[in-house]
Design a protein around this ligand. Structure first.
Ligand SMILES: NC(=O)c1ccc[n+]([C@@H]2O[C@H](COP(=O)([O-])OP(=O)(O)OC[C@H]3O[C@@H](n4cnc5c(N)ncnc54)[C@H](O)[C@@H]3O)[C@@H](O)[C@H]2O)c1
Ligand SMILES: O=P(O)(O)OC[C@H](O)CO
Length: 325
């Protein structure tokens, strides 16, 4: 199975490294000419994954058309750009493995739903879970959810991508795998705020647990399965990103918690913090369906510049309720 990767950020590069194991050639499309040059000339992505030697089997290209000879495409552009990149590719029936985590602004669609709109003839799979790119690229032990409704494709992808230190756990719950990854980014911002503002470890644990309740309410309403939300792509990734400054979303939240403005923090970065884009659209989607998501709303308020003290006060003064409703 020939694998090609769309997206030369940290995660696209790490996944190319996974796919290149055993000296399998992998083609990677990157938007930045500097990334193409760096990977082909020095076997390193000096912009987005500096310091990690890459397999010489990874070849980078600026020409999306070159990817049309692949048997599966790993789609690793940020969620807000998946539509435009898949449109540029032209109609295809090559299976698409979606690896971005987010909800598209405006349409309120999950990445898989966007992909299905743009490429209706392509089978869809989702790869998601607790996966810091630099650890995966170094071959450290990692486990992911690989969701696909087509049993044969899921088995072929698992066979091709899994390795001694990269375990795939199969699932047919594509929506569930996507929702966990999208919602955890928003909750990671909230946990970063707690850290930055010095609100303590009790508060962080409470946010993780109540955030998971939010993820579950939203997910179940969209048809996700509870076991998926409690698995690698949901709770697993939530725990990872809510507890480490290696997370871009957690770090963004830390900056907010230290009193910096979202505008300054976001304008400073080349890398993506998906939660900042997903939070407003997630809050809208939840409101449309009458789903309570107070932590998500709090993150939206902080991103809009509401002072932390007011946001914390609003969260803590909500009426007391039963833990399970
Ligand atoms: N980095 C990780 O550890 C990690 C792990 C799992 C999932 N993800 C997810 O993978 C996706 C990609 O993240 P990343 O970490 O590889 O990115 P990154 O932050 O390392 O790099 C930014 C990426 O955005 C791309 N980009 C910027 N503007 C664009 C545009 N207009 N059109 C198309 N692409 C554009 C850049 O080319 C680059 O590939 C995100 O959804 C992220 O949540 C990341
Ligand atoms: O750095 P973050 O916050 O985008 O998190 C990266 C991955 O999604 C972790 O699984």
């Amino acid at each position: 199975m020939r694998i090609a990767v769309i997206g030369g950020g940290a995660w696209g590069t790490a996944l190319a490294q996974v796919a290149a194991r055993g000296d399998a050639p992998v083609l990677l499309w990157a938007r930045e000419p500097d990334v193409v040059e760096s990977i082909n000339a020095t076997h390193e992505n000096s912009l987005f994954l500096p310091g990690t030697p890459l397999s010489p089997e990874i070849r980078a290209t600026s020409d999306l058309g070159e990817l049309r000879g692949a048997d599966a495409l790993l789609v690793v552009a940020p969620a807000q750009h998946v539509r435009s990149v898949l449109s540029q590719l032209g109609p295809t029936s090559i299976p698409l493995v979606l690896c971005a985590k987010g909800i598209e602004a405006g349409s309120k669609l999950l990445v898989g739903e966007v992909a299905h709109q743009v490429q209706p003839d392509a089978l869809i799979a989702v790869l998601s879970g607790p996966t810091f790119a630099h650890e995966v690229a170094r071959g450290l032990p990692t486990a992911v959810t690989l969701a696909c409704e087509d049993d044969a494709l899921r088995a072929r992808l698992a066979d091709r991508l899994a390795g001694p230190a990269f375990r795939t756990y199969g699932s047919t719950d594509v929506i569930g795998a996507e929702i966990g990854g999208a919602v955890k980014n928003v909750l990671a911002i909230a946990c970063g705020v707690v850290e930055g503002a010095g609100l303590g470890l009790n508060a962080r644990a409470a946010l993780i647990a109540r955030g998971f309740a939010e993820m579950t309410r939203f997910g179940l309403a969209r048809g996700a399965r509870a076991e998926t939300l409690g698995g690698l792509s949901g709770l697993g990734d939530l725990v990872l990103t809510c507890s480490s400054t290696n997370s871009r979303n957690f770090s963004l939240g830390m900056g907010l918690g230290q009193g910096k403005s979202a505008r300054d923090l976001l304008s400073d970065r080349r890398t993506v913090a998906e939660g900042a884009f997903t939070a407003p659209v997630l809050a809208e989607a939840a409101a449309d369906s009458g789903i309570e998501m107070p932590v998500t709303q709090a993150v939206c308020a902080l991103l809009d510049g509401t002072p932390i003290a007011a946001v914390v006060e609003a969260l803590l003064s909500r009426p007391l309720r039963e833990e399970v409703q």
